[in-house]
Ligand binder design. Structure first.
Ligand code: NI
Length: 147
C-alpha cells in the first residue's frame, strides 16, 4: 500500500470522465488499497480514483464506520432533498452547502467484480453523490447553494 498524491482543483484531469473498469486484476486491487491509504492519510471520508490521477470509475469511502469500495457505481434511484455542507480533498479548505438527494440507491461492483447494491440516506447519500460526481468530472464547488 502507498499514499498517492491528491490532485487539486486546478488540475483539468478532475474535469474528465472516468472510464468503466472492465478488468478486475491485481492492479485494480493495488489502486484501491492505495486509495484507502491516501484517503486516511489526508483525513478524508471519501476518495475517487481520478483524485489520485487515475481515470477509472472507482471510489472508496468510510462513512458511519462503514468502509465501502465501489467500482463502476451507478445511481439507480434517488429521492428527497437535503442541503448540507461539503468539502473535498481536491478543493483545499473550501466548504459550502450543496443540495443532494436524501436517499440514493447505487448499484456497483466490488474489487472482484461482484455486483451489489447499497442504499444510503443523509450523509451516506451525500458522499455517494459527491464521489460519483467526481467520476463525471463534477466538483461540489460547481453546485454550491447561493447563500
Ligand atoms: Ni471530493
Amino acid at each position: 500500500m502507498a499514499v498517492r498524491e491528491v490532485i487539486q482543483k486546478s488540475d483539468m484531469l478532475l474535469r474528465k470522465t472516468s472510464k468503466e473498469v472492465k478488468v478486475f486484476d491485481e492492479k485494480l486491487e493495488q489502486l484501491i488499497d492505495d486509495m484507502w491509504d491516501t484517503m486516511y492519510t489526508n483525513d478524508g471520508m471519501g476518495l475517487a480514483a481520478v483524485q489520485v490521477g487515475m481515470l477509472k470509475r472507482v471510489i472508496v469511502m468510510d462513512v458511519n464506520n462503514m468502509k465501502l469500495e465501489l467500482v463502476n457505481p451507478v445511481i439507480i434511484s434517488q429521492s428527497g432533498c437535503d442541503i448540507e455542507e461539503e468539502g473535498c480533498l481536491s478543493c483545499g479548505k473550501i466548504r459550502g452547502k450543496v443540495k443532494r438527494p436524501m436517499v440514493v440507491t447505487v448499484s456497483a461492483q466490488d474489487r472482484y467484480g461482484y455486483h451489489f447494491q447499497i442504499t444510503g440516506e443523509k450523509y451516506l447519500a451525500r458522499c455517494l453523490c459527491h464521489e460519483i460526481d467526481h467520476l463525471n468530472g463534477i466538483l461540489f464547488i460547481d453546485k454550491l447553494e447561493k447563500e
